[in-house]
Design a protein around this ligand. Structure first.
Ligand code: GDD
Length: 392
């Protein structure tokens, strides 16, 4: 892959937030000895494959069309470990079983490493309870519903499998080629990172929508635009300079080194993506003390890379957008580093769009999921092996 070097970087304590980088060639071929422009970099196929071997791709899924899941599976490079975490209904039709059958059938043909597990499996809940990771459990002592909860379980499985990197791809993507590009972007970003504590976030070149006149290639979703605006205000408040650096506040397609992932506190449901950025600033922004001195010394990088493929996914309607918007802005609003002025601006944004119910003074505080660094992975793996839906 041939892509820009970062043109602009916002430095915030030990964190470097790089501006969006463009992809010039999806496949940059063999090294032909030609010199490169000093502003571009080439990540060779051998380097990409080497990173893919050390990467797990987590697909969180809840009742998506199987055809879409099959397409996503076909787009994931062969050498990555695929991990599906499902929260699909088991009754009246066992949708989880259908997903598992589809995965096993796919694997029979391609011979690939893959894991699948149901998020609400009592055996999984037992494994997290016994290892003391209770912040992911609901009042019923079972893993809570939510996309973030599925992603965190995926990260635990990636660590358990000895992977160094974990990427996330939604199951409702219509374009397998785009999925493939996301993973190449993850690997290229990792190759470009100068620290082991790194995160690569995908910025879609277009998110097309159907309009009366045909397809309209919009650039920003309504939620992303607002989330990015408020994340940028948070950064500007501390640096004293307005910025537009953050463009991927809601990006579901992103990846992290396990070394970074295991230090982060996550926020439940759909607030996970913006809160990853907020938490990186909380932990490594130099505003509040941290126990993670090694990451402070080596630095944390956030890279954002714009795709060549447009992003076509399932449109889930206005109520869903409202849920995402309130959760996303709520995760910024309730941060301990959110200044009172920004809180007011967030409230104005939400009230102006009638996103808060009558009498609701503020967005609800998203539930937090603690860092998973301290979990005894051997004990976790031993208990998990008894979970009935765990299939490899
Ligand atoms: N395991 C699990 N558990 N997966 C879930 C759950 C859950 O409780 N809820 C949703 N998912 C899965 C979906 O099946 C899908 O594969 C993925 O998580 C994303 O959920 P969607 O409901 O399709 O979200 P979206 O497409 O509207 O929004 C996506 O893009 C946003 C940016 O535009 C999500 O990735 C958002 O998190 C992201 O901010």
């Amino acid at each position: 892959m041939k892509l820009d070097l970062p043109r602009y970087t916002e430095r915030f304590g030990a964190t470097s937030l790089h501006g969006v980088q463009r992809v010039y060639e999806l496949d940059s071929g063999f090294d032909d000895g030609r010199s490169m422009s000093e502003t571009l970099t080439r990540v060779g196929n051998d380097q990409i494959i080497d990173i893919e071997r050390r990467m797990a791709i987590v697909i969180p899924i809840k009742a998506e069309r199987l055809r879409l899941l099959e397409g996503v599976l076909s787009g994931i490079p062969h050498d990555c470990l695929t991990i599906i975490i499902s929260n699909s209904p088991r009754q009246p039709v066992d949708r989880y079983k259908l997903e598992k059958d589809a995965l096993l059938q796919f694997n029979r043909f391609v011979g690939r490493d893959a894991l699948i597990l149901h998020q609400r499996d009592p055996g999984l809940s037992e494994a997290v309870k016994e290892t003391g990771y209770t912040s992911i459990l609901g009042p019923d002592n079972v893993i809570r519903d939510g996309k973030a909860e599925g992603m965190v379980i995926g990260m635990l499985l990636a660590k358990m499998a000895g992977k160094e990197y974990v990427g996330f791809i939604d199951a409702d993507n219509y374009v397998p080629g785009a999925v493939n590009e996301y993973v190449k972007i993850f690997a290229s970003g990792i190759a470009m990172s100068k620290t082991p504590y790194t995160m690569i976030r995908v910025s879609w070149i277009f998110k097309p929508k159907m309009s009366e006149t045909g397809l309209y290639f919009s650039k920003w979703g309504r939620v992303s635009e607002l989330t990015n605006q408020h994340l940028n205000s948070l950064i500007s408040y501390y640096t004293g300079f307005e910025t537009e650096v953050m463009r991927t506040g809601n990006s579901g397609e992103h990846c992290m080194s396990i070394k970074l992932a295991e230090l982060l506190t996550f926020s439940s449901g759909y607030s996970i993506e913006p809160y990853e950025i907020v938490n990186v600033l909380e932990e490594f922004g130099g505003i509040i003390p941290t126990v993670n001195q090694d990451a402070m010394d080596k630095g944390v990088e956030v890279l954002q890379v714009e795709t060549r493929n447009p992003h076509f996914h399932e449109d889930k309607g206005d109520d869903h957008l409202k849920e995402m918007m309130v959760a996303s802005l709520g995760s910024i609003y309730h941060s301990k580093i959110c200044p009172p002025k920004l809180r007011e601006k967030i409230l104005e944004s939400l009230r102006g769009r009638s996103m808060l119910d009558e009498g609701q003074p503020e967005p609800p505080a998203p539930v937090r999921i603690e860092p998973f660094r301290g979990i005894d992975m051997q004990q976790f793996a031993k208990i998990l092996s008894k979970a009935t839906t765990y299939t490899q």
